[in-house]
Design a protein. Structure first.
Length: 257
């Protein structure tokens, strides 16, 4: 397994994201309960679990698209989900997300990737150099003037990654980013994820159903079941000997869902 860019200071792993007691209810149904988790700077953390278990909801709350009913989220020690608008705005500049389907704007590839920088008021030259860098990272140099709607599904998803990392977020949230892709595009996207982690030192949380993807990409993994984080651990430990019987059943495919 490739080493990720996990960051150590003074021999200790540094926590980027601290989640404490997070809960969420939709229409009387509790979909997340008492989630607590530390994610370290530079790691790739995989969130696995059956369909409907709360993975997307958790990522949307971390991306501040949805509000939690209970609990705290801290980014570098700062609470980002409280009443402090300034903290939310600051956090939005440091977190980005790639979804299962990327929904690019009906515009050129260049403008899709540049958008996040334009709204931040960056000058044209800096924008061009950052867009070039990101298109190189996803292997799509030369696509600048193509209309987004003319791209294949795999190319669209690669542009979605370029758009998400162009402003160098500290935390990248990935919600089943390869779910709609064929195997050769899955390989490409996984390589892009590793490159982002290693070269940009971006901390990544990825929600996925695919056990092999967890093994190929992640440093640590969490098992989310019915809205509860029942186990977390290093991938090599959880896959060899899960502490919770339900995690083991999920990994070996015995869990029906
Ligand atoms: N906006 C919403 N309103 C009502 N219920 C919702 C809403 N969003 C999610 N839910 C419910 O919350 C639960 C968790 O959904 P979520 O999409 O987070 O699961 P998931 O683990 O991402 O599933 P999948 O693997 O299928 O993507 C589901 O029961 C879902 O129906
Ligand atoms: Mg989901």
């Amino acid at each position: 397994m490739l080493q990720s860019a996990c960051c150590r200071e003074g021999g200790k792993n540094v926590v980027l994201l601290e989640i404490t007691g997070l809960g969420k209810t939709f229409g009387g149904k509790q979909v997340l309960r008492d989630i607590s988790l530390d994610v370290e700077k530079g790691e790739i953390f995989a969130m696995m679990g059956p369909s409907g278990t709360g993975k997307t909801t958790l990522l949307r709350i971390l991306n501040l698209l949805e509000r939690a009913d209970a609990g705290h989220i801290k980014l570098d020690g700062m609470v980002i989900n409280g009443g402090q608008n300034n903290n939310r705005i600051a956090a939005r500049q440091r977190i980005s997300m790639v979804f299962q389907s990327s929904a690019l704007f009906n515009d050129t590839v260049y403008n899709n990737v540049a958008y996040g920088l334009k709204v931040r008021g960056m000058d044209k030259h800096t924008i061009k150099s950052k867009v070039d860098q990101c298109l190189a990272l996803v292997g799509l140099i030369g696509y600048e003037n193509r209309k987004a709607k003319t791209l294949s599904g795999g190319e669209e998803q690669r542009i979605a990654f370029a758009r998400a990392v162009v402003f160098e977020p500290d935390l990248l949230l990935l919600d089943e980013p390869t779910a709609n892709l064929d195997p050769s595009n899955v390989v490409k996207i996984e390589e892009i994820i590793r490159t982002i982690n290693r070269e940009l030192n971006t901390t990544i949380i990825i929600a996925t159903h695919h056990m092999n993807q967890v093994r190929r990409l992640a440093d640590r993994v969490g098992m989310l079941l019915d809205g509860e984080l029942i186990e977390t651990g290093r991938v090599e430990d959880v896959f060899v000997k899960a502490a919770d019987e339900r995690t083991r059943a999920f990994i070996v495919g015995e869990m029906v869902y």
